[in-house]
Each structure stands twice: as C-alpha cells, then as structure tokens.
Write a protein that binds this ligand. Structure first.
Ligand SMILES: [Zn+2]
Length: 242
C-alpha cells in the first residue's frame, strides 16, 4: 500500500475550522423564498405567457483544496519571499513560471531543476485593465504585464504598480512581495526600477492618439470607482507614488 501523505506544515486549520462552523450552523439549507412573475416560453416576447416561479435562497459555498503538485516549490517560495524558476539540464532553458519538464522537443520532456531567480526583470508586454472581475474591481485601473525575470527565457504575468500611462515595453522592474502572502501569483507585484526614461517611440508615447485614447478611457474607470466605491482619482494616483 502506498504511504499516506504527511502534513509537514499546516497553515490551513483556521480556515478549515471556520468552514466547519459555517456548515454546522446549518448553512447550505434553504433560508427562504420569493414568488416572482416572469415570462415563460421560447421565441418572441408576445408569444410567451406569464407564469409564477418560486425562487429559493440557499447560502452556498465551496472550500476548494487542490495540490500544486511538482510546482509546489514555486508557490511556497512566494510565501517565503523567494522567486524560483526551473532550468533544463540539457538545453539550459530557464522557465519562470516553472515547468516540471522541458518543452524543447530535443530534450524529450527532460526533468528540470529548481533555481532561485533574482527579484528583477523587464516588461515583455502589458495590458491596462480598465475593468475586471469582481475580486479586482477596487484595484482598478491597473497594469498587468508579462515580465521576463532576469535569467529566464519565458515571461510571467505580474501586476506592475505604476501609472498606466507610464508603462512601456522593455521597462526594468523590481519584484516585490505583498505583506499578506498565501502562495498565489498575486503575492508578488512589480515596480519600475528608478531612473528610467519613457522611450519617445514607446507604444503609448510614440502614438499620441493611443495616449489620448487611454487617458479618456481611464476617466471612465475613475467615474465608475467613485460611483461604486467612493474611490477618488487622487486615491488611485497615490497608490502609484507609494
Ligand atoms: Zn531542454
């Protein structure tokens, strides 16, 4: 019989307990209902008829646990404020994010080795996020870049904390760790290295129309943030100065 896995570090018990308590209180059962009248039937609205529907309200949640498998060291590294990649012993390709096996066909899925990488890199390409999924709305607007870590041959998505109008391809960045880390890609972010000039021919600054379009779209995001969260433009700009 295969040996059972052993827990060697447990940072999950509080959340497991919290979840058990949630279930113990009888959640996941129906709490109430409402009757609503709505159209029923396919096709055009005038071909439908009104029906009464019962809608039940049942709190529901999932405590999802899964393994990071053979790239666990990378995610544990984020918790411990270290950045790891992997290197192929045959072709010397360095992967960050890590790959367990080399993807170079000549290497025939060779096992890679772990290496520690420096906390710096450069912007390979980027997007400015003006809208997002719920979880990130209050972070808007933000820059999401593919950053090539120094020494790596691949690029990893990282938030660059800077004014969206200041980012450029090739920008040197330093990698920082957030105070609260959970072993998630969001544990890290990047800030531009000091003393860099925005190139006159950058994709934003070389095409003045692009810069004007972005500035206009940013105003839409600021208006949304104010209306939804009461977050002001100057609050957002303060994040980029810190
Ligand atoms: Zn290889």
């Amino acid at each position: 019989m295969a040996e059972q896995p052993r827990i060697i570090e447990d940072k999950a018990t509080p959340i497991k307990k919290e979840w058990e308590e949630y279930a113990r209180k009888g959640n996941w059962t129906v709490k109430g209902y409402e009757m609503v009248r709505a159209l029923s039937g396919g096709g055009l609205e005038e071909q439908c008829r009104e029906e009464d529907f019962m809608v039940v309200y049942r709190p529901h949640g999932v405590l999802y646990h899964h393994s990071y498998g053979l790239v666990s060291k990378f995610f544990k590294g984020l918790v411990d404020k270290r950045l790891y990649g992997t290197k192929c012993p045959k072709c010397q390709t360095v992967y960050c994010p890590p790959r367990v096996h080399c993807w170079n066909p000549d290497c025939k899925v060779a096992d890679t080795r772990w290496i520690e990488l420096p906390l710096r890199g450069k912007v390979h390409t980027f997007s400015v996020m003006l809208f997002s999924a719920d979880a990130f709305l209050e972070m808007l607007p933000f820059v999401l870049a593919y950053v090539q870590i120094d020494g790596a041959h691949t690029a990893i998505p990282i938030q660059v904390v800077t004014a969206p109008t200041n980012v450029f391809i090739g920008q040197k960045v330093n990698i920082k760790f957030r105070q609260k880390r959970t072993g998630d890609l969001m544990d890290i972010y990047a800030v531009p290295a000091k003393g860099q000039k925005i190139p006159a021919d950058s994709c934003l600054h070389g095409e003045k129309q692009n810069l004007r379009d972005l500035s206009r779209d940013l105003e839409g995001t600021y208006a949304f943030l104010d209306k939804r969260f009461g977050i002001k433009k100057q609050d957002v700009e303060r994040r980029w100065k810190a």
